[in-house]
Design a protein around this ligand. Structure first.
Ligand code: FE
Length: 204
């Protein structure tokens, strides 16, 4: 089996947001799929380590903001590379608005947002699959949606190759570099929290 075949799958990038009492939070996901038209439903798969995961388990409600090609790297670092468990990503952040369900969405660098109510869920081990009704849909602009491959090629900062003879393991999500010949199998990126399988070996 060639796992690099998985890189040929296409994905968008979205800010997933939820609200639990007075607590707001949002994170970046690449798994939002419209599944049926009538009724209008969608699924998302969400890593259980995300703070937003526990909020949605509890409230059954979330918003999805669709990021565009104009979204700068800062939007990804803000929502994706820090945890709502330790950082308040919402208070004082300028690119935030609130939809009719009371949950935040991202009004800038996005072209649409959706409000969803969870109808079912499936435990997938590391992730939960949430099945949800789309209860509101708002178009914000006609700027093209960003794809994961566009993010990799055009948004994520380019890093120079390591010095000759040195080996680094570079996180494909955020660019963090681990210096060493072997990357521990249980290594977790300290910036974006992705695992060892999201690192590539680069030899200088
Ligand atoms: Fe990372």
């Amino acid at each position: 089996m060639d796992n690099t075949a998985l890189f040929k799958l296409g994905y968008g990038l979205y800010v997933l947001s939820a609200k639990d009492g007075e607590k707001d939070n949002g994170c970046i996901i690449n798994t939002m799929i419209q599944t049926t038209q009538n009724p209008l439903t969608a699924v998302i798969a969400l890593n259980k380590q995300n703070f937003t995961h526990d909020m949605i388990m509890k409230t059954g409600k979330f918003n999805i903001s669709v990021l565009t090609q104009e979204a700068p790297f800062e939007v990804y670092t803000h929502f994706g590379f820090q945890s709502g468990k330790t950082v308040d990503k919402v208070t004082g952040y300028e690119n935030i608005a609130r939809s009719d369900n009371g949950i935040i969405y991202v009004p800038k660098f996005t072209n649409a947002y959706f409000s969803l109510d969870v109808t079912d869920k499936k435990d997938l081990g590391t992730h939960t699959l949430f099945i949800a009704n789309i209860v509101d849909a708002v178009k914000l602009s006609d700027v093209e949606s960003v794809t994961y491959s566009y993010y990799q090629s055009n948004v994520k900062p380019k890093k120079p190759a390591p010095e000759k003879g040195k080996t680094v393991w570079r996180c494909k999500i955020c660019g963090y570099e681990y210096v060493g010949e072997e990357l521990p199998a249980d290594f977790i990126c300290p910036i974006c929290k992705h695992g060892a399988s999201d690192f590539e070996k680069i030899v200088g």
